[in-house]
Structures are given as C-alpha cells and as structure tokens.
Design a protein around this ligand. Structure first.
Ligand code: PMP
Length: 362
C-alpha cells in the first residue's frame, strides 16, 4: 500500500508510534504529572482569555472569520503593521508547513542550523526539498556565517529559529539584521520567533522591526508559549506583500478556530498576566540554574521558557527514572546530545520537587 503514497511521505516518521502510545498509557497511570518536555506555560492562559473563550464557545455553530480579521487587526495595531500583512493558522506548526509548501519547489534547498525544531526538516522533505543542516556554533548558537556560505543557486529558504529550540540561544539582533541584508535576491528568510516574548534584552530588534526595515523576512509567532494557549493552536506570520500573498493563497480557510481567535485577542489585552508569566519564568530559571550547577550540571541562562542542560549523564536513562516519579523531560540524544536534556521551567512548586527528585536520584 505504501507505493500509493506520495513518495516523499515514506521518509517521514508517523507521530503515532507504538512508543508514543505506550508513553501515553504510562502517563495516564501516574498520580501527578509535571509536563516539563513541551515548553508550555505552567501558569496557564490569562483569565480574560478563558472568559472570552467560554463566551465564544456559544457561537460554535458559526464558522470563524475566514481570515481572523479581528485578530489580525489587533496584532497589526500592536506592531504597527498593516493587518493585510498577516496570516493566521492552527498553531505555528501549521504556519511552518504553509511557508515551506508555499515557497519550496522539489529540489530546492532549505538551510538552517541543527539542533533545532524538527518541523523544518519534516516539511522540507515532504515537498521534495533538500534540508541543509549546519551545526550550531560551539556555544549552541545559530551560525549565520556558515548559513551564508551554504547558500547556492538551489537555496530557496533559510530558517532562523530565534530563540532557538532546544538550545535556548539567540543571536545578536544587529547580526540578524546584517545577515538578512546580505541574502541574495532568490532567497527568503524565515524567522521563527515562537519564544520571542521571552527575550529580555531591552530594545532588542525582532521580526517587527526587520519587516519595517524592508528586509526579506517572514516572521512566525505563536500563542502557545508566553500566552499559555498551546491547547488552542494559534500561530501567525507576518511579512511584506510579496511574501505574505502566497501564504494567503495556500492557507486553509478557517484555520484559526473561533474559540482560539477569541482567546488570542483577549490574551493580547492582558499585559499584566503576560508580565507575571515573564517575571515568574525569569525567577524560576535563575533558581533552577543555581540548583543545577550545584548538582554539577552545565547550564546557561536562556531566552526562553526552558533550559538546555548538560546533565553529565545518559539523559535517556535519567528521563525514564524521572518519568516514574511524574516528571516528563526531553532528553536530547535525538539531536546528538546524549548527556543533555531540555527541561521546561515549571511552577515554583514543580521546580522544587524536580530538584528534590534529582538530588535523590544522585
Ligand atoms: N516553533 C518552535 C521553535 C517551537 O518550539 C514550537 C513549539 N514547540 C513551534 C514553532 C510550534 O508552536 P505551535 O504550538 O504554535 O504549533
């Protein structure tokens, strides 16, 4: 039956593997679970977003707005960008799929660094493109010089994950600006700012500024992280006309559902909740770094809601032990870092319990 499939599908791993099903079963059996493997927001969404979503549920029999006009207007107002230059989707995952499907022809090359978010690889393979993966620098940063050197006539997209998942690193904004302005005309840059709200450097330029400067960038963002709406699936992109048009053509109608759109709009109105989230994240990150270092691990501050930690041991094994105690963390062997783990920053109480568990395992 597999020869009925589009040939590129054979290169992809299905999400519902036997292992994932087993893990889900084991997880269901645990009394209490601290989900520290998927970089969700442990404080949850804004209560204002919850109220707006509860209200929106009552209109579930109506389709949402075709293109999320109200959300695009709200975002446009906040960023100072025309609402026509946005596209919304069912999470940033959906937007990544959309960008790659809209720009990459079979045989085109897509250049980015590794380790990074897995979806760039998968979507590039699906459309018959060639992923060109360049190792991050020694301090786990995107290597912009090496990406520029890898560009050739076949290159269509370069993808910059900033802050990067799983390393939590960022590159300097002036380096990004210089990089974007040096791109040849046949190359489009994608800037994945899924964790952008966690960057705490004052006046750090993001995709909003780069777009206003006319740089050739498509910026991707999400409500899954700092806004705590991962379960609602809202992501979006913004870019100049000639880059956003293909996305608007390829997108599915109604990709952002009615409840999700209402939640996202209300979340943008609750600055206080967002500041609480960022404050708690920073405080808890500092605490975890101190404790992890005293356990002998190597870890640097990140610009995200997770840490990339060299735990100086086999983290696949450690993750198994922690799992039985109700902690789910992300071992990094799949990225080629078998002694590293990516651990999301939880609530104060979850973090304290995690530290206690690690001390006992040791
Ligand atoms: N980009 C990056 C870098 C991510 O880490 C994630 C989520 N893990 C996404 C995109 C997708 O986010 P969403 O929940 O909006 O699909």
């Amino acid at each position: 039956a597999e020869n009925l499939w589009r040939h590129t599908v054979n290169q992809l791993d299905p999400y519902i593997s036997g292992q994932a099903a087993k893990d889900a079963e084991k997880q269901a059996a645990l009394k209490e679970v601290s989900r520290l493997a998927t970089n969700e927001n442990p404080l949850g969404p804004s209560p204002k977003a919850v109220a707006a979503m509860q209200q929106a549920v009552l209109d579930s029999h109506f389709y949402p707005d075709l293109t999320s006009l109200e959300l695009r207007k709200k975002l446009g107002g906040l960023h100072g960008i025309d609402p026509e230059n946005y596209v919304t989707g069912n999470g940033a995952d959906n937007i990544i799929t959309l960008v790659i499907a809209s720009f990459v022809n079979p045989g085109d090359e897509v250049v980015y660094c590794t380790p990074t978010f897995s979806e760039y690889h998968k979507n590039t393979l699906l459309v018959g493109g060639t992923p060109v993966e360049i190792q991050t620098t020694r301090d786990h940063k995107f290597d912009l010089e090496a990406i520029l050197e890898a560009i050739n006539d076949k290159t269509k997209l370069v993808i910059i994950c900033n802050p990067n998942n799983p390393t939590g690193t960022i590159v300097a904004d002036y380096e990004l600006r210089a990089f974007f302005s040096r791109l040849p005309k046949h190359v489009v840059a994608v800037l994945d700012e899924a964790y952008g709200e966690f960057i705490s450097i004052p006046n750090y330029s993001t995709g909003v500024e780069f777009m206003k400067e006319g740089l050739p960038v498509i910026t991707i963002r999400t409500f899954s992280k700092s806004y705590g709406l991962a379960g609602m699936r809202v992501g979006y992109a913004f870019a100049k006309d000639e880059f956003i048009r293909p996305l608007q053509a390829v997108r599915e109608p109604f990709a952002c559902n009615r409840v999700a759109e209402a939640g996202a709009i209300a979340a943008l109105d609750d600055e206080e909740h967002k500041q609480n989230v960022l404050r708690s994240n920073k405080k808890e990150m500092e605490k975890l770094i101190k404790e992890f270092r005293s356990l002998g691990y190597s870890v640097e501050e990140t610009h995200t809601n997770f840490l990339f930690i060299d735990m100086k041991q086999d983290t696949n094994k450690l993750a198994g032990e922690l799992f039985s105690q109700g902690f789910i963390i992300r071992p990094c062997a799949v990225w080629g870092f078998p002694t590293f783990a990516r651990i999301s920053i939880g609530t104060s109480e979850q973090n304290d319990r995690l530290i206690q568990a690690l001390k006992e395992i040791r």
